[in-house]
Write a new protein. Sequence first.
Length: 74
Amino acid sequence: MQKWEYMWVSVTSEKGALIFVANGQRLHAQTYAEALNALGKDGWELVGIIPPPFVLPIPMRSFPQFCLKRPISD
């Protein structure tokens, strides 16, 4: 049976620049495409997006969160 590991990517903004944080570590990306392409090269696949109005506990956040997965080898 295939096993998976999951990663959450949150997006915030600081001084007008987007900041991408994956499982607590900041990514070196400036755009959504750069962030997702970099993770894709490491085997991560985008499986879900939480739109901004539903991202909690910070109701003022206006950025989505992304859920990615990749296979775990036994």
